[in-house]
Design a protein around this ligand. Structure first.
Ligand code: NAP
Length: 253
């Protein structure tokens, strides 16, 4: 029987991998989960929160939604404050919010570069910094950053995205070293190609080419990623920190 005592924040949790993570954490050890997302306009987040709450209702987890731009330092602090107000603290932080703005470097605009770095990498700094003090005070924390295999092997047309995810990996390892003595673990999960809104733009030819490079011969599901995040967030993973776990069907072995 799982002791449901943990409180979590998931950035970009309204859909895709983030939403699967919210559901996985609810199924595991979380009594409360706050997901922040830019998708909420004014106070119209209620519908999305209600929908996710319904999906996890039988698990005894309370879901909270909060409108925040992950690239904003001030929004990150406001999110942590809101989580502490509603749930009494934060034990698990999943930095999941992310975007792509793909282009060959010759054509890539400054805005395409900056947007990806700010939303994928600076967001990880924003939220980790905001959550660190309360985690240090309680001498416990699990931080899981969603990177990508292209942060390890690169990908033509994704110089901005690959740089942001390689940055997330470096940030994960440095932070893990800084806070290990405080009972906090920091790990990264590096998904390969996962069936979400982000990969929906691939045409059949691109899909086939991808499959040729995936030994398990299928794209991953958001749940494939969420299961690993769930494990890293648990007490079973207490002796794992500073690691990058690829969930990629064998693409990068
Ligand atoms: P997705 O379906 O596009 O979902 C991304 C989520 O992030 C959405 O909820 C989105 O909100 C939110 N978001 C975007 N910009 C934001 C901002 N400025 N502030 C707060 N939230 C924001 O993508 P996904 O595939 O689930 O990706 C989740 C994570 O996995 C990302 O970090 C991505 O880089 C990583 N990843 C994905 C794959 C893949 O193949 N799908 C592979 C490797 C890594 P809106 O709904 O408002 O857009």
């Amino acid at each position: 029987m799982v002791n449901k005592s943990k409180r979590a924040i998931v950035t970009g949790g309204s859909r895709g991998i983030g939403r699967a993570i919210v559901k996985e954490l609810a199924a595991r050890n979380c009594s409360g989960i706050l997901f922040s997302d830019i998708v909420f306009v004014d106070n119209s987040c209620d519908e999305c929160v209600e929908e996710i709450q319904k999906e996890v209702d039988n698990l005894g987890t309370k879901i909270y939604g909060f409108k925040a731009d992950a690239s904003s330092f001030a929004d990150a602090q406001a999110t942590i404050d809101e989580a502490i107000k509603n749930m009494g603290g934060v034990d698990i932080l999943v930095n999941n919010a992310g975007i792509t703005r793909d282009n060959l470097l010759l054509r890539m605009s400054e805005k395409e570069f900056d947007d990806v770095i700010n939303i994928n990498l600076k967001s990880v700094f924003n939220y980790t910094k905001a959550v660190l003090r309360p985690m240090i005070q309680q001498k416990y924390g699990r931080i899981i950053n969603i990177a990508s295999v292209v942060g390890i092997i690169g990908n033509a047309g994704q110089a901005n995205y690959s740089a942001s995810k390689a940055g997330v990996i470096g940030f994960t390892k440095s932070t893990a070293r800084e806070v290990a003595s405080r009972g906090i673990t920091v790990n990264a999960v590096a998904p390969g190609f996962i069936e979400t809104h982000m990969t929906a733009k691939l045409n059949d030819k691109q899909r086939e080419a991808l499959l040729n490079n995936i030994p398990l011969n299928r794209l991953g599901t958001p749940e494939d990623v969420a299961k690993v995040v769930g494990f890293l967030s648990s007490d079973e993973a207490a002796y794992i920190t500073g690691q990058v776990i690829a969930v990629d069907g064998g693409m990068t072995m």
